[in-house]
Design a protein around this ligand. Structure first.
Ligand code: ADP
Ligand code: ZN
Ligand code: ZN
Length: 668
């Protein structure tokens, strides 16, 4: 019998060990040896037993036979191991600069000895379609027919479905997925975790029965493994879940759908820092599948691709239920100040709330705090202090004045507004608790619920509040932007962004894009049923293009203005942008690395190639020290992504034991 050897990647996340080691497969285990299998092997001088992954098999020993150790145990499942998953891991390793083992752990399900608590999804409640027969409207039909015809011809493509909130995108996905399944192929549908509600799941269960598998991020590894096993065994046709559902080992994938494709949760914040859209694109091309991206507010990147003809663009312009889009009012808070109203509620808001209380309709008030970076603005004219190099709002730091956390540019805190001379210039602050208190004084009879980090920390705190509000047990829901996303309440007719400017000046280049998404989502919440809705956006800058276009429900207009800004400063999708986080517990070592970087010939040469590359920093992070780590940040923008990958390779050589670098490429 010929000997069988296996290349194993040890399960130790360390760059030096991130290569294959050859082991002998003992005769008794040969049946189980397949690429992708999870193994136990003796490792190192002490022959400590460690875990690893089997990558490749061969009959050729790479070193003297006698020196090759034997595999101790193989845990494999004939159905699961997939050479294509190994291929995907290779690609991710290169694209996102991670170790092979991390990439493998991301894409391969790991069997655990944990007994599975099989996830039961309640599907007994509710009437979905939210089985009555619904006829697709003309816009829906055009889209579905085109995609189906392409599939029938064996043509694959990427489609961007731009449909206003409630326009019936989900119905289109189901229609196309049914078609794919009827042809014997399978489908993956990604949705942001937050919209993984029983309503969505119910709609799919209703249509696809037991042939649908639901993945969520709260599942244990064992539970996830069981679901993936069903996929590989051909027991399911459709997988729904957040970004990790992309790694479901389905056979013969015909379509991948990414709903709410603009959502930030599709980007992994841990290594490998992949974006689901990029990985889905890779898988679709490899598998010969089509890709559908859907959103009411497509990401600027995807819309840019659609405009360039890389994606096919379809539109759903009307709400399917015939409900009108709500009226949106941008309230100028400077005018409120002039009129002597110094509180955080505009007169229009107070009146609108009063009417809702009278009519027993519900209201939602939110503060978009996320990414909030302490920008400084004038309450009289609305002027915001911005960096002269980056056109990004500067952050106020007590003691060191105003600072740009892209390039490090700083200037002393101003006492007067440089534009109008008013002394009412200061940092911007507001909290949900203050809002709740203010409501209690204004409307003592109103029942108010508050949803933020404090009130949702208890297990199920989040769903308890949502359930109270949806039952109508409160008049007003106050919260952070989390209340705006993914929830539908029939009786809500008023939605207000109390301080829209907060996320507008979050200090990074996507701030306007995120704010526009959020305000559009907010508008999608009000007046869904047969009662007309009203949206109030409170701002000090009503002429800002983001506010103007969201008030007009004008995505296209927003896109054009935003692209003007991106072009001027070469932000993605114009160029690629790499963020390099440099950190160390040893400040001296960090400063030395910074100086080495500044003086390195390699970087100095690059700095002269302004037509191809722009280097910003290194500068201190907006928060320089976190948990005794000192942090710097550097940005490199470039037309070509390969240049960035090369820089990444060179710079990682500068890492030392004391100084850690983390790279994140925002591909255009
Ligand atoms: P989206 O995913 O775009 O937000 P949904 O697919 O959830 O929209 O549809 C919103 C509502 O409109 C749902 O209640 C759905 O059943 C209904 N709907 C969708 N398409 C139609 C249609 N062609 N005719 C009638 N109702 C529809
Ligand atoms: Zn001013
Ligand atoms: Zn700057």
């Amino acid at each position: 019998m010929t000997e069988l050897y296996a290349d194993i990647i040890p399960g130790i996340s360390h760059k030096e060990l991130d290569k294959t080691f050859q082991y002998k497969v003992p005769d008794g285990l040969k049946d189980l040896a397949v690429p992708g299998a999870f193994v136990k092997v003796p490792f190192g001088k002490g022959n400590k037993t460690i875990n690893g992954f089997l990558i490749q098999l061969s009959h050729e020993p790479k070193i003297e036979k006698e020196k090759i150790k034997e595999i101790i145990e193989i845990c494999s499942d004939k159905d699961l191991p997939e050479s294509r998953m190994i291929d995907l891991a290779h690609w991710m390793k290169d694209e996102y600069d991670t170790t092979m083992i991390r990439a493998l752990k991301t894409v391969l399900p790991v069997q655990e000895t944990v007994k599975s608590r099989s996830p039961k999804v309640q599907t007994t409640v509710g009437i979905f379609d939210d089985g009555k027969d619904i006829c697709l409207n003309d816009e829906q039909k055009t889209f579905c027919d085109d995609v189906k015809a392409d599939i029938d011809r064996g043509k694959t493509d990427t489609y961007l479905l731009h449909g206003v909130t409630g326009s019936g995108k989900t119905l289109c996905y189901m229609e196309i997925i049914s078609h794919v399944v009827s042809k014997g192929m399978s489908a993956i549908m990604l949705i942001p975790e937050i919209s993984l509600t029983w309503q969505t799941v119910g709609r799919f269960k209703e249509r696809f029965g037991d042939r649908v598998s639901i993945i969520n991020s709260r599942m244990s590894k064992g539970e996830k493994y069981d679901e993936f096993k069903k996929c590989a065994g051909g027991e399911v046709d459709v997988v729904i879940g957040p970004r990790s559902a992309l790694f479901a080992p389905l056979k013969n994938i015909g379509i991948i759908v990414i709903d709410e494709e603009h959502e930030e949760s599709y980007k992994s914040e841990q290594a490998p820092r992949y974006h689901a859209r990029e990985v889905a694109d890779y898988i679709a091309k490899k598998e010969g599948a089509s890709l559908i991206l859907g959103s009411a507010t497509p990401s600027i990147k995807s819309y840019h691709k659609a405009k360039n003809g890389d994606y096919r663009l379809y539109r759903l312009t009307k709400r399917a239920s015939q409900a009108e889009l709500p009226a949106v009012f941008a309230e100028d808070m400077r005018e409120e100040l002039k009129a002597g109203n110094r509180q955080m509620f505009s007169r229009r808001l107070i009146e609108a709330l009063r009417i809702r209380l009278e009519k027993k309709e519900q209201s939602m008030l939110f503060i978009n705090k996320r990414g909030f970076a302490g920008f400084v603005s004038c309450r009289v004219c609305g002027h915001v202090m911005k960096c002269r190099n980056c056109d990004i709002s500067m952050t106020y730091h007590r003691g060191s004045g105003l600072r740009c956390h892209y390039c490090g540019y700083s200037e002393p805190m101003v006492k007067k507004c440089p534009k109008c001379g008013s002394p009412h210039i200061a940092g911007f602050r507001a909290g949900t608790q203050q809002v709740e208190e203010k409501l209690k004084t204004l409307f003592p009879e109103a029942k108010v619920l508050r949803m933020d980090k404090d009130t949702t920390s208890a297990k199920d705190g989040h769903s308890a509040i949502i359930s109270e509000f949806s039952k109508g047990n409160a008049d007003i829901l106050v919260g952070t932007q989390m209340i705006v996303k993914g929830h539908d309440f029939e009786n809500v007719t008023l939605c207000c962004a109390l301080a829209a400017d907060m996320s507008l000046y979050a200090g990074d280049y996507r701030a306007s894009e995120r704010t526009f998404d959020l305000l559009t989502q907010a508008a999608g919440r009000a007046g869904r049923a047969n009662k007309p809705g009203e949206v109030i956006i409170q701002t000090y800058d009503p002429d800002n293009y983001c506010i103007v276009h969201s008030a007009a429900h004008d995505y296209e207009g927003f896109y054009e203005s935003e692209m003007g800004f991106r072009k001027l400063l070469l932000y993605p999708p114009i160029w690629n942008m790499m963020t390099i986080g440099i950190s160390s517990p040893d400040e001296e070592a960090l400063i030395k690395t910074r100086d080495d970087l500044i003086n390195s010939e390699f970087l100095m040469n690059l700095r002269t190639k302004k037509e191809e590359i722009v280097i910003i920093g290194p500068a201190k992070e907006s928060v320089y020290r976190i948990e005794n780590e000192y942090r710097l940040v550097m940005y490199v923008k470039s037309k070509e992504k390969d240049i960035l990958k090369e820089i990444r390779r060179k710079l990682s050589e500068l890492c030392s034991e004391k100084v850690y670098m983390q790279f994140d490429i925002d591909y255009k």
